[in-house]
Design a protein around this ligand. Structure first.
Ligand code: HPA
Length: 264
């Protein structure tokens, strides 16, 4: 077992977790839904996200949501912080060590499809790794040849879609295209994303999905749309705007995620 997993067990107890939930930009309030929460700063856990990006939390939460014991990573580390696509590997390996069988990912994204407007959620059905980087580069074993067909778990997607029918919003599915960032896209790059078959663009998640499948976890991911992609609306794109708009998505995710966790 990894050192951080031992530290977490010592602080929060040995009982296994059912799932790990990663919160994206402006979405850390979702962690407030947990009960019996034990908070462990990332700084106490070797290999967990360092530095940080404003709007992202820096704590690991262990507690209960939807009747299950889960871990919440209130912030992530991005490829654009240093050029290391495997930055989330130690944290995700630790989640698997703690017994997690499911990885739930959230992010903020720019929509390139008029079906998804700012404030909407987009359930991710698949991704395009346009950044071209891979967190498994350097992994020496044959396990690196991960099959990515249906990497966004079909059963979890169906469950989320069914659950959302009982809510006051629609939950469409779409393809997420990973741009490295940290600059936002050009207008021409957004036009390219549309032609490549994407519905939304963002700067995270895809490497974590690869790592999650590598670790044998069932993966589910949902975007909170904070803006239309560059050139698709008159709104000025900025990180400040992303954090501000993420609040609407967070409110929607606060209904969906506990209900989904309950069904795991
Ligand atoms: N592009 C990339 N990442 C994003 C965007 C965007 O427009 N909005 C939120 N994250």
């Amino acid at each position: 077992m990894s050192k951080p997993a031992k530290t977490i067990r010592k602080i929060a107890g040995n009982e296994p977790i059912a799932a790990a939930l990663v919160l994206g930009s402006g979405l850390s309030s979702i962690g407030e839904l947990m009960t019996d929460t034990v908070t462990i700063p990332y700084s106490e856990l070797k290999g967990f996200p360092g530095g940080g990006v404003s709007g992202h939390g820096r704590d690991l939460l262990i507690g209960f949501m939807g009747g299950k014991r889960i871990a919440v990573l209130t912030g992530r580390e991005h490829y654009y912080e240093h050029g290391n696509a495997s930055a989330m590997r130690p944290a995700l390996e630790t989640m698997a060590d703690l017994g997690a069988q499911t990885l739930l990912l959230t992010n903020s994204a720019g929509s390139v499809d008029s079906r998804f407007q700012p404030g909407d959620l987009m359930l991710i059905s698949d991704h395009i790794n346009y950044a071209g980087m891979n967190p498994l580069i350097g992994e020496p074993t044959d396990r690196r040849f991960v099959n990515m067909v249906n990497c966004y778990d079909l059963d979890l997607r169906a469950k989320a879609t069914r659950l959302a029918q009982g809510f006051d919003y629609t939950l469409g599915e779409g393809v997420y295209l990973w741009y490295s960032g940290p600059s936002f896209e050009t207008v021409a790059e957004i036009q390219m994303a549309i032609r490549l078959g994407a519905n939304a663009v963002g700067m995270s998640t895809a490497p974590e999905v690869i790592l999650g499948r590598f670790l044998g976890l069932r993966v589910w991911a949902c975007s909170s749309v904070t803006n239309m992609g560059a050139g698709l609306s008159s709104e000025n794109i900025s990180h400040k705007h992303t954090k501000h708009m993420a609040v609407q998505g967070a409110e929607k995710l606060k209904k969906l995620i506990p209900a989904l966790v309950e069904e795991l």
